[in-house]
Design a protein around this ligand. Structure first.
Ligand SMILES: Nc1nc2c(ncn2[C@@H]2O[C@H](COP(=O)(O)OP(=O)(O)OP(=O)(O)O)[C@@H](O)[C@H]2O)c(=O)[nH]1
Ligand SMILES: [Mg+2]
Length: 390
């Protein structure tokens, strides 16, 4: 990409910044950066004013092949694409993602994630501090109210003769979709899908993994992004779309979404990537409300990181829910934690099922359909790895 025009101006809100960029640069304008500055008298805080210094521009693809910042990554991505395409013609032989993932790993030297698989948390994980939780091997990072309610339920089940493992498996069945013939469609929940969530949780990477699954299954898919605040964000998802050879659209404003969607037949899966937001960023939340209103997704997934603190995850989900309806939760970065309480307290607290779990940076390998068997196994293995007697 090359920057063919660049402007700088001031605005009071991100919404205004976006509108002015559109007015001055037309539909191809993208926000390059927004910097918040304060003016006024530092010693008189009530006179302090916030303003946004905005850089916007027009990006164009260069005619010559784009130099990549990471040629090794590009090579790996092309290898992944080749495996996907080969696999597409040979679909009956293998179940995705495991077998395809093996194929890809055989062909492409993708290093395993440093923290390893979630099914085997490293030794030295924090030990439960209460006798109660030692007796009932629940995750030690559960918020107290959830821990109490689960302990009581598990105790009752034990008294009725249901072993803890069996009770846990049954419990988590209510926290995800029932497996079906077409797990990708079941877990996505529709053909117009919007993925939201805080900054940096892995939304775009997860969308790339989902797109790879769709391509592998021969589904028609198009990627949309409304995250045009940063050049790198557009570039990141464009690269994935290019490697997978699927259509890609940058959405500059909500009003243009219906005509972009109309270009695709109803059966095409359209996945909308969105700008990450902090739960206090009302401008960004407004932007999400606008995109949602025009895109009218059948299903909205919120992505949150398993490494997040419960309070922050709660604030993210609640703030998202205050602007748009949410149907499912994607729990990301499970490989980066050995505390699995979020597998239980998130669905218990919000009454939302999980759709996908992501377990590393590798596209397309590190994604799991959220199934009860995977959840129960992960929770049980985590406790076994702690050598808890039970
Ligand atoms: N360990 C680990 N890293 C991940 C996972 N998913 C994504 N990442 C990494 O997290 C970082 C951010 O990922 P993105 O996909 O750009 O996150 P995002 O939510 O789209 O970020 P914004 O667009 O900035 O809000 C990248 O370095 C990813 O490789 C995961 O499951 N595990
Ligand atoms: Mg992103």
């Amino acid at each position: 990409m090359q920057l063919v025009k660049e402007i700088e101006f001031q605005a009071t809100t991100e919404q205004e910044a976006y509108q002015r960029a559109r007015e001055r640069l037309g539909p191809d304008g993208v926000i390059l950066s927004i910097q918040t500055v304060f003016t006024g008298f530092p010693f008189l805080p009530f006179l302090k004013k916030k303003k946004l210094v905005v850089r916007a521009g027009i990006l164009e693809e260069e005619n010559r092949p784009r130099p990549t910042t990471d040629p090794d990554l590009e090579r790996k991505q092309l290898e992944v694409l080749k495996v996907l395409l080969e696999h597409k013609t040979d679909r009956k032989k293998a179940a995705f993602p495991e077998i395809l993932a093996e194929k890809i790993c055989d062909r492409v030297e993708i290093s395993p994630s440093p923290t390893g698989s979630p099914s085997g948390p490293p030794a030295g994980s924090p030990r439960p501090d209460s006798q109660e939780r030692l007796r009932l091997p629940l995750p030690e990072d559960l918020p107290d109210a959830c821990a109490r309610s689960l302990s009581e339920e598990a105790e009752r089940a034990l008294q009725e003769g249901l072993p803890f493992d069996a009770w846990l498996r049954r419990k988590v069945e209510g926290f995800c979709e029932k497996p079906g013939e077409d797990p990708l469609s079941v877990h996505l929940g529709g053909n117009r899908v919007m993925i939201l969530g805080p900054t940096g949780v892995g939304k775009t990477t997860t969308i790339a993994k989902i797109a790879a699954l769709a391509v592998q299954q021969g589904k028609k898919i198009a990627l949309f992004t409304s995250d045009n605040y940063r050049v790198s964000a557009v570039d990141q998802i464009r690269t994935f779309a290019r490697v997978l050879n699927i259509p890609f659209e940058v959405v500059n404003g909500g009003a243009e979404i219906p005509s972009l969607v109309e270009r695709y037949p109803k059966e095409t899966l359209i996945v909308m990537d969105t700008v990450g937001f902090g739960f206090r960023e009302t401008d960004r939340l407004e932007r999400i409300r606008e995109i949602h209103a025009y895109f009218c997704p059948e299903v909205t997934h919120v992505a949150v990181s398993a490494t997040g603190k419960p309070r922050d995850i709660k604030a993210s989900i609640e703030s998202t829910r205050s602007v748009v309806p949410i149907h499912k939760v994607i729990l990301t970065k499970i490989d980066e934690t050995c505390s699995y309480g979020s597998l239980l307290w998130i669905p218990m607290t919000f009454g939302l099922p999980f759709s996908f779990f992501t377990t590393g940076q590798n596209v397309p390998r590190d994604i799991q359909f959220a199934t009860a068997s995977w959840m129960a196994q992960t929770l049980l293995d985590a406790r076994r790895a702690l050598d808890v007697p039970w």
